[in-house]
Structures are given as structure tokens and as C-alpha cells.
Design a protein around this ligand. Sequence first.
Ligand code: DGL
Length: 282
Amino acid sequence: MNAFIELPKGAGPIGVFDSGYGGLTIYDEIQKLLPQYDYLYLGDNARTPYGTRSFDVVYEFTRQSVRYLFQQGCQLVILACNTASAKALRTIQQVDIPSLDPNRRVLGIIRPTVEGIGDMTKTRHIGVLATEGTIKSHSYPLEIRKLFPDIEVTGEACPMWVPLVETNEYSCEGADYFVKRHIDSLMSRDPEIDTVILGCTHYPMLIEKIRKYMPQGVNIVTQGATVADSLRRYLANHPEMESLCTKGGTSRFCTTESGGKFCEQASLFLNHPIKVENIQLT
Ligand code: DGL
């Protein structure tokens, strides 16, 4: 992202970005809670998954995606992807936005997810299931300890879970093996865990299997509703940004993959058909 690209002035839709389909689980909750706004969803499906990629690559891909959303008029962009929030958010906020347009904002989803966690755990032992990139970044333990220094956090990377969702194999019998394996591993590493965060926006699609293999009584935390409520509060507290979000109640969807493929899969996430545009990121 550099200071020389032309950005449209004035209000625009709220941008929602993910490496693929997972961010639709966040978009869906945001749109239900705040239907008055316009939205532009971007899935970088051609380059998903991000979870196994290096810091530099995730940062570069996320930067290109944010720049695209800015060029489309978005003043506010939500990184509806934990991997991008963990690996790219801080640099984008500190380095790219000031040089590009200091009035625009990019928000992540890790901080809002952990804010309510202190009230949910009795044992003060929490588990995080996420991509390899998110786990290796240590973003969850770092954010949790800032707010709740007494909470013990154990992370488990689940590298096969995103591919199972992206390839529409999340309901198949084979998926049980991978879901059970990582839940068993997490719980054996810390049997005192009473609350588990699904720290990847794809994972709600595996929720039935996750519930099946999670020990009884363990709270399972998904992100959509929490992130949506946090955005509602953000807009209420930032009227200068709220006034730059257009209110036509529309949603546009873009993907770097074929539109047809995205349409088919996205309707499983959203339970209704959508129109999709294919775009290229540079
Ligand atoms: N949905 C993304 C997340 O929340 C990651 C998917 C991927 O690995 O690309 O981390």
C-alpha cells in the first residue's frame, strides 16, 4: 500500500474481509444486527488458506485486500479473519493507514472476541482452537493476558479444519477424525479447560462435530455475535466514522476465485443465494 493511489472521498460501505468463506460467519451476524448499513465482502478464495502462510505473505495479501476495499470506497474495514488480524492488523494500522488515509480504519476480531471471556470461565483455564498462523502468533494469549492476567491459555492449531470447510467436506465422516483429534489433544494438554474459543471464522461450520467431541460442560465461544456487538458499540462511540458508512441496506460480494464457485458455497453459509463478482488483487 503506498501513498500515491487515488482513493475515493466520502462515505462508503463497511468492508468485511476474509481469506475465503469463513468471514461470512461474521458478516452474517453483523448484517443481521446492523441491517441499515451497506456492506462489501471480499474473500481471497484464490489464495486461501492463509493459516499456514508466513507473516510476510499474510501481511502482503491482507494489505492488497484492504487497499482494494479502500479503493471501492470503504472507510471502515473489518478483518473478519483471525489469521489476518493476528499477522497483519497491527502493521496495517501503524504503517499503512497513516500514509494512505489517516481517517480510515481497519479493525480486527481478536480483541472483541476475548473481552467477554473473563466472565465465562470459572476454572480460569481457556483453550483456543485456530489456524497454525494464529496459534504461532500468540495473539490470543497476549490479548487475554492484557485483560485477564490470571487466565491460563492453551492453543491448538487445527491445520485441516479450514480446508475441510473450503472444500465443502465439513459434514463428511472423515471430518470427524480431524475434529476429534484436535479437541482430544487440546483437552489432554489442559484438562481444566472449561471454555474454548473457536478462533477461526471458518470453524462455526464444524460446530456440530465440535459439540459432539467436546467434553460436556465446556463452553464453546464463536465470534460472530460478539464481533457484531462490538462493531455496534464502536459505531455508537465513533460518530465521525458512523457518518462515513452509507445506509442503503445493500451487500456486495467479491472473490478472487470464480464467482460461480463462491456463490454455491456462500449460500451454504448464509442460507440464501447471492450475486458475486470476480476481482483481481495486485
Ligand atoms: N478464516 C480465517 C481465520 O479466521 C483463516 C482461514 C485461513 O487459513 O485462510 O483465521
